[in-house]
Design a protein around this ligand. Structure first.
Ligand code: IMP
Length: 427
């Protein structure tokens, strides 16, 4: 009954696509359990590069069934164009399953995301503008539209009416925008119904039956631990639960079924959007990490903020997710530095603090306390085993492991599918 959760241990963009895809060949189901097309995975297969936003990366592994779980928010137009883009490149997408309970990102949710961000001005979250937050808000407010609603026109119309009732007041009276017509939205949504129908399924049943039959199921988190609505740097977070518990609610699988929780950890740190980031660099080192690491958002095209590795965050991720392993990515990006600073604790108003402060005020005041680790100059992209790494790179990995509280079971040394050192098998 191997059920693995693979999630971001930092602020997202840790290179989960590569890790998921590496496992994809040996797993039967790859499930997304939260988020939507705010995520962005780059997967490199041979000389082909795929940028996925909504689809689970298992879509590229022929034997694997990709699943969009009930906890995901789905923009049908994005989903269909992602599918047709893959089909044009010869990828078979017919095995995809979408939960009938997943919520739909409607055009008005996208509008609300954009206007509220604009209204917040300098207090904005820096969202991806994809309608994620407003769609989850509708879900919690019980005015959301689910995939299954596309198959009952009368219910769909009633629900869109209910959702637009207040939103149109807000759009016209507060934001000075035009009202959105119910019929127009209903017509657009109904237009997706037939195209999505072959994929819609009771994914909770499918996944639990698969686990009973000893199939391997991989739950793939979008974003990362520090962007979690409950456990992240609120309010500078996304509106769902990328942490391990989200896999249970977002896919309908009980916690007793999860056998392993793997945190993807970049060898340094990045963040997109606003919010605190203690190890952020504003100097040449930050520029170099951005350039060498190709730190530009797959989804938004925005430059990512870059900084040194933060062990306080890694320890926190181990705790809130119950991590059993880490997959350390992008170690190759650090090649060429004489010394590499690693944040081992924070200094907050003159106090040394070892653990992530629960208070937002403290976190905003946190200054990194660095330990300097010796760097290396050798090209590590061809390394196949841990012992192939230069001594200083080995020591860097070992130091991170010790500080972070879980074994590092795999190391990414380049963007390609094969450029990974496996230390302990995940299966
Ligand atoms: P939203 O998810 O579009 O609502 O954006 C909320 C915050 O999460 C913003 O700071 C985004 O930049 C960030 N965010 C959302 N998705 C990702 C991701 O996949 N990687 C990194 N940051 C993300």
């Amino acid at each position: 009954m191997p059920a693995l959760v693979l999630l971001g241990a930092q602020w997202g963009d840790e290179g989960k696509g590569k890790a998921t895809d590496l496992l994809g060949g040996s797993v039967d189901y790859v499930v997304r359990y939260q988020g939507g097309n705010n995520a962005g995975h780059t997967v490199v297969v041979g000389d082909q590069k795929y940028a996925l936003h909504l689809l689970p990366s298992g879509i590229l592994s022929p034997g694997c069934t990709p699943v969009i779980g009930n906890g995901v928010v789905v923009d049908p137009s994005v989903l269909l164009s992602e599918l047709s883009g893959l089909n044009e490149r010869g990828v078979d997408t017919s095995k995809l399953l979408i939960s009938g309970n997943a919520h739909i990102i409607t055009p008005y949710n996208v509008t609300v995301d954009k206007v509220t961000e604009r209204f917040l001005g300098k207090r904005k979250i820096g969202t991806t503008g994809r309608g994620i937050g407003p769609t989850y808000a509708d879900k919690i407010n019980r005015v959301g539209i689910r995939v299954q609603d596309l198959y009952d026109e009368s219910i769909l119309t009633q629900k869109v009416e209910a959702a637009l009732d207040v939103k149109n007041q807000m759009l016209t009276k507060l934001y000075n925008r035009r009202a959105i017509a119910v019929e127009q939205v209903v017509e657009e949504l109904l237009g997706y119904a037939d195209k999505l129908a072959p994929y819609v399924a009771d994914t909770v049943l499918v996944l639990n039956e698969a686990l009973e039959q000893d199939k391997v199921v991989l739950f793939e988190g979008g974003q990362g631990t520090l962007l979690d609505i409950d456990h992240g740097t609120y309010p500078f977070v996304t509106s769902s639960n990328p942490t391990a518990g989200g896999a249970c609610t977002g896919a309908g699988v009980g916690p007793t079924k999860i056998s392993r929780v793997i945190g993807i950890l970049k060898a340094y740190t990045t963040r997109v959007g606003a919010g605190p980031f203690p190890t952020e660099l504003f100097d040449e080192d930050g520029e170099a990490l951005r350039r060498i690491g190709g730190e530009r958002g797959v989804t938004t095209g925005r430059d990512r903020r870059c900084g040194w590795f933060d062990a306080v965050i890694a320890r926190y991720a181990t705790r809130v997710n119950g991590l059993t392993d880490f997959f350390l990515t992008k170690l190759d990006v650090l090649t060429g530095w004489e010394q590499i600073p690693v944040c081992v604790a924070y200094e907050i108003d003159g106090r040394r603090v070892e653990e992530l402060p629960y208070s937002q005020t403290d976190f905003h005041h946190a200054k990194p306390v660095y330990e300097m680790l010796p760097g290396w100059n050798e090209d590590i992209s061809k390394a196949k085993s841990f012992s192939d790494l230069p001594k200083n790179a080995q020591a860097y990995v070992k130091a991170l492991e010790e500080m972070s509280g879980a074994p590092i079971s795999a190391i990414g040394v380049g963007p390609g599918r094969t450029e990974t050192i496996e230390i302990n098998s995940f299966l």
